[in-house]
Design a protein around this ligand. Structure first.
Ligand code: M6R
Length: 622
């Protein structure tokens, strides 16, 4: 949610900042802006709409040469997404420029104080107050201070409430850019004589893979001569925590696909394989040495809560079936945004699994903190190394999906399911609810899943045609599933909603007759995730009955069914075939056609698949 870049070095700041913004645009695209420091002055350009509008503006009104600067791509919170509210915001004497991600909760009081002094506001944002406050604070820091701007920013941060990442520069300090963070992401990059700040590492991955993690309530100064210095909001200098980014520049490019989403869908076989890699022994046992919880910790667990949002919560819903079936530990899945408001019962023997692709989702982070305060153990399943959720958890199992750029999550979803299953199997073995040979059977099945996903991807052309011919002009689409097929149906509906802006709802197939069946009229498309006929005996038959019920009321049925399942054929207007696999692993194949369908419907409607309206990749506000 909002992408931020800062730069000090030896190249043209405009080029570096614009390149960083291009890679961060998935975080928000309501407006974009850039500021550079040159000739003792700030030079700012900003424009509403996508980054392309800012690029066009820079063509008409080029910036001067400069080697320090910063930029922002916005997901609007305070004030509509227009030019006036675009970042950077500049202080009343034009010396300080600020970009911000998050919400400054006490901005109204701060703004009132500034207005009383006669300072006129140039925007509706909560951010602008910071520029004016830093301007004032800078004047109060002695000119011979080691870092005047850093000290000024620190003084202001101590007045702010809420969540924020700030990047700030000052016209009088062309060699310095300051970043600050509280409950909102920021990382620093170390190049050769050049330094970067970014909401995430994709901001500077084109230039360096050496990064520095920043903790909560820290200020990071990047300075041409001094390099990187980190201090807490209390002024105490912090040790730098270095790491090397383990993916490269090419991973953040489309690689010949029309959309990042298509590329990410295609990467899924490799992602499933990577998430398993090194975590299975030859004899089919689970090795999770990286998870810093002992076997005894796992044995002590009496209850599991999974907390997550959106697609990650559907991965959690799928995992619940496996966890309870394999470990016999009661497991509840909660929307992170609701979790702490209903006073859940937690104690030391509760394991809370927080699932998040970005590792920065504020709802999940706040739920995690609530659970931690109740002494529960927290295990994160996360895709982003060094992000806040794993940092604040007791243990982490990283999914290895690689960077996910399309706003609609795809490959991270499959990786999350696999990671949850690894945890579930590990729990089952250490607790003795599954014998070694039983675990080995599931491990073997998991090992075959990359190939199964690959086979699904090879058969997607008819699905694309179906999307264009049958779905693109519909006003609503319903999705049905049972057991693990139910969360897959929810995920299919979410993909269609967020990408194609269509009314799409997922239902537990058995629940339909209790009300939602009234939505069905002549020609309503209903997509059904059908379980294997070889799985739990009654499930397949029940879903076939549900298909007949909707068909009898005029629905057009599109059924995702296992290869060789001929029982569904008479009741399906279209069948999408997926390889046969065990019931609990089926979501890894049944989710894929639904991703492809949504992507294709959106493309057929001429929509931006990677950057759907109103959304952002990483939701860092509650
Ligand atoms: O980064 P997270 O996994 O915590 O994000 C959770 C949701 O915001 C995310 O899955 C969202 O629902 C996606 N847009 C779904 O495609």
């Amino acid at each position: 949610m909002c992408g931020i870049v800062g730069y000090v070095g030896n190249r043209q700041a405009q080029d570096v900042v614009m390149e960083g913004l291009r890679r961060l645009e998935y975080r928000g695209y309501d407006s974009a802006g850039i500021a550079v420091v040159s000739g003792g002055a700030l030079h700012v350009r900003k424009k509403s709409g996508k980054l392309a509008n800012l690029t066009a503006l820079l063509g008409d009104e080029p910036l001067p040469e400069a080697t320090s600067g910063m930029g922002h791509t916005r997901w609007a919170t305070h004030g509509p997404p227009n030019d006036r509210n675009a970042h950077p915001h500049v202080s009343y004497v034009g010396k300080v420029a600020v970009v911000h991600n998050g919400i400054i909760e006490n901005f109204a009081a701060l703004r009132a104080g500034l207005e009383e002094r006669g300072i006129e506001m140039g925007s509706d944002t909560d951010t602008e107050v910071v520029a004016h406050l830093v301007q004032d604070a800078f004047e109060t820091v002695p000119a011979d201070s080691a870092s005047r701007l850093r000290e000024a920013v620190r003084a202001v941060c101590n007045q702010l409430e809420g969540a924020f990442t700030l990047v700030i520069c000052h016209a009088d300090e062309p060699d310095t850019v300051i970043g600050a963070r509280r409950n909102s992401p920021l990382v620093a990059g170390l190049g050769d004589g050049e330094y970067f700040l970014g909401s995430d590492v994709s901001a500077f991955i084109a230039h360096t893979r050496e990064a520095i993690e920043l903790g909560q309530d820290q200020i990071c100064e990047i300075n041409r001569d001094r390099g990187v210095t980190v201090v807490g909001f209390d002024g105490v200098e912090a040790q730098l925590s270095h790491y090397t980014i383990d993916w490269d520049d090419a991973a953040a490019e489309k690689g010949g696909y029309d959309w990042f989403m298509l590329k990410e869908i295609a990467e899924q076989p490799a992602v499933v394989a990577d998430t398993l890699r090194g975590r299975l022994t030859e004899s089919g046992q689970i090795v999770l040495d990286e998870v810093r919880l002992s076997d005894q910790d796992f044995r002590d667990v009496t209850k599991i809560f999974i907390i997550a949002c959106g697609t990650s919560s559907y991965a959690g819903m799928i995992a619940k079936y496996a966890i309870e079936h394999w470990t016999r530990i009661p497991c509840e899945v909660e929307l992170a945004s609701e979790f702490r408001y209903r006073d859940p019962v937690l104690d030391r023997s509760t394991l809370v699994i927080a699932i998040s692709q970005s590792g920065e989702t504020m709802d999940t982070l706040m739920a995690l903190r609530h659970a931690k305060a109740q002494h529960a153990r927290i295990l994160a399943i996360c895709n982003t190394i060094g992000s806040t959720i794993p940092r604040e958890s007791d243990a982490v199992l990283y999914t290895r999906a690689g960077v996910e750029i399309a706003v609609a999550s795809t490959k991270a979803f499959l990786a999350q399911i696999v990671a949850c299953y690894l945890i579930a199997l590990h729990l089952a073995s250490v607790r003795g609810t599954k014998w070694g040979d039983e675990v080995a059977v599931v491990v073997d099945q998991l090992r075959s899943m990359p190939e199964a996903v690959d086979r699904v991807l090879d058969t997607m052309e008819p699905v694309r045609e179906l999307a264009r011919a049958e779905l693109a002009d519909q006003s609503q689409v319903l999705f049905l599933g049972r057991h693990v097929g139910f969360p897959v149906a929810l995920e299919g509906a979410l993909k269609l909603k967020e990408l194609a802006y269509m009314h799409a709802e997922g239902f537990a197939a058995g629940e339909l007759k209790h009300g939602p069946i009234a939505l069905i009229s002549d020609g309503t498309p209903v997509i059904v995730v059908c379980p294997s006929p070889r799985g739990r005996d009654s499930l397949h038959g029940k879903v076939i009955s549900n298909i007949q019920e909707v068909r009898a009321r005029g629905a057009k049925t599109i059924v995702i069914a296992e290869e060789g399942d001929e029982e569904v054929t008479p009741f399906a207007d279209h069948v999408i075939r997926v390889p046969s696999c065990p019931t609990l692993l089926a979501p890894l194949v049944t989710a894929v056609p639904l991703q492809v369908l949504a992507c294709e419907v959106a493309a057929a409607k001429g929509l931006d698949v990677d950057q759907p309206r109103n959304l952002a990749k990483s939701v860092t506000v509650e």
